[in-house]
Unconditional design. Structure first.
Length: 368
C-alpha cells in the first residue's frame, strides 16, 4: 500500500454546499479585525461581548453522530469551535438528509484522512417506491411516478445485480466536477448535467425489512465513491416502479463504528463540563492512529526517531528488521511519530506528526 497524497488541511473540506449566511468566522465568533483591541479585553463593558478565545493544538478524531438536517461543513465548524481547534476536516461527506457517523479529524489527525476515506462504509437506508426525484432523495422534485410496487421477492431477486464491482452513474446533484464546476451547482442553475458511469464496489446489499408496499429497508456495505442515492434510483428503474431515498444512516466509516459515535448534544455537554473544570475534552477524542488500524505499526529507537523527525531515512538492519515493504506507521515509546515507507532496506518518512497539545486520554487508546 502506498501513502495517498496529502489532501490538505482546511477548516471544513466538504463537497456539499451550505445555505447558511457567512456572518461568522470559522470558529463561530463574529468577524472582527484581529488588530482591534476590543478583541483582547471585553469584560465589564456592558455590551455583552466576550473575549475571543485563542485556538489551540488539538489532535485526534471525533466521530460525530451527525443529526439529520446538518451539513457536514456545519458539523465540522461546530466541533472545531467546541474544541477551539486550529485545524479540522472530515473523512467523507454525509448528506444533510442522513444521520450517523461523520469522522472529524482535528489537528494532526487531518494527515490520516485519506486512510479513512479509502475504507469501507456501511449504511442503513429506506427507499420509497413510486417516485423518482431529481436529487434521488426526498429533498428533490418529482420527475417520474408509477403506480407499480415491488414485492419483497422481486426486490431480493434484483440485489445480485448491485453487488460486487458495478458501473454506477452518480446523481446529478453530486459534488463531482464537470469542466471545473460542481455538478450540483450546474443542476441548480438548470443546466443538463451528463455524468459518466464509473466503477464502484458494493461488498454487500441486503433487504432487511419491507414494512409496507411503499417502502423497503436495506443495509449496504460499499467502497469509496459509491452513492446510495444512485442505488435507490437504479433499483427503482429496473423494478419499473421508480424510487428515491427517504431515510439514510451511516453506521460504519473505515475503522469507526457506531460504538465510536457521539451525539452532538452529548459532545456539547462534555465540552461545557470541561470548560467548568469537570472532566476533560480529551475524553471525547480517539487517538490519531485509530485511522491507521489496517496499517502495520513499527517501533523504533529514540535515536532513529530523531532522524525520522528531521525527515531523514533510517537504515533497517539486524534480525529484528522487517522483511516486508510498503506503508507502516512508526511509533517511539508507544507514541505515534510518522507514516513511513519501507523499501530497499530503508525506512523513509512520508508524514511526520507533531502531537504537542491536547490528545486523546490514555483510556481511549483501547477502544471498547
Amino acid at each position: 500500500m502506498t501513502i495517498p497524497p496529502e489532501t490538505g488541511t482546511v477548516d471544513a473540506p466538504s463537497a456539499e454546499p451550505t445555505t447558511a449566511k457567512t456572518i461568522h468566522s470559522a470558529d463561530g465568533r463574529p468577524l472582527r479585525d484581529n488588530n482591534d483591541p476590543r478583541n483582547k479585553q471585553r469584560q465589564g463593558n456592558g455590551q455583552g461581548n466576550q473575549p475571543r478565545r485563542d485556538r489551540r493544538d488539538v489532535h485526534g478524531w471525533v466521530v460525530l453522530d451527525k443529526p439529520i438536517g446538518m451539513t457536514s461543513t456545519q458539523a465540522v465548524a461546530v466541533v472545531k469551535r467546541l474544541f477551539q481547534a486550529k485545524r479540522a476536516g472530515h473523512a467523507g461527506t454525509l448528506d444533510p438528509l442522513a444521520s450517523g457517523g461523520l469522522p472529524i479529524a482535528l489537528g494532526e489527525a487531518t494527515k490520516t484522512v485519506p486512510f479513512v476515506m479509502d475504507g469501507r462504509k456501511r449504511y442503513r437506508f429506506t427507499v420509497t417506491w413510486g417516485e423518482e426525484r431529481d436529487t434521488d432523495d426526498t429533498e428533490g422534485r418529482v420527475v417520474e411516478t408509477s403506480d407499480s410496487r415491488p414485492d419483497a421477492a422481486a426486490v431480493r431477486a434484483l440485489l445480485p445485480q448491485f453487488t460486487g464491482r458495478i458501473e454506477q452513474t452518480p446523481p446529478r446533484y453530486s459534488a463531482i466536477k464537470v469542466q471545473g464546476e460542481r455538478a450540483y451547482d450546474l443542476a441548480r442553475d438548470g443546466e443538463v448535467v451528463e455524468l459518466q458511469p464509473r466503477p464502484v464496489e458494493i461488498h454487500e446489499l441486503t433487504l432487511v425489512d419491507q414494512p409496507d408496499t411503499d417502502h423497503s429497508v436495506f443495509e449496504a456495505e460499499c467502497g469509496k465513491g459509491t452513492y446510495v442515492r444512485a442505488l435507490a434510483r437504479d433499483m427503482g428503474r429496473l423494478l419499473g416502479c421508480y424510487g428515491h431515498i427517504s431515510a439514510l444512516r451511516r453506521t460504519l466509516v473505515g475503522p469507526f463504528t457506531e460504538n465510536d459515535m457521539i451525539p452532538l448534544e452529548q459532545l456539547e455537554a462534555l465540552c461545557n463540563r470541561a470548560a467548568s473544570g469537570e472532566g476533560s475534552l480529551a475524553d471525547a477524542l480517539l487517538p490519531v492512529e485509530t485511522a491507521l488500524d489496517d496499517i502495520p505499526a513499527l517501533a523504533v529507537t529514540r535515536a532513529d526517531a530523531a532522524r525520522l523527525h528531521r525527515g531523514q531515512a533510517v537504515l533497517l538492519r539486524g534480525r529484528d528488521a522487517p522483511n516486508s515493504s510498503g506503508t507502516v506507521y512508526v511509533t517511539v515509546a508507544g507514541r505515534l511519530l510518522a507514516l513511513a515507507e519501507i523499501g530497499n532496506g530503508e525506512l523513509i518518512p512520508k508524514r511526520v506528526f507533531n502531537l504537542t497539545g491536547l490528545t486523546a486520554s490514555s483510556g481511549r487508546n483501547e477502544r471498547d
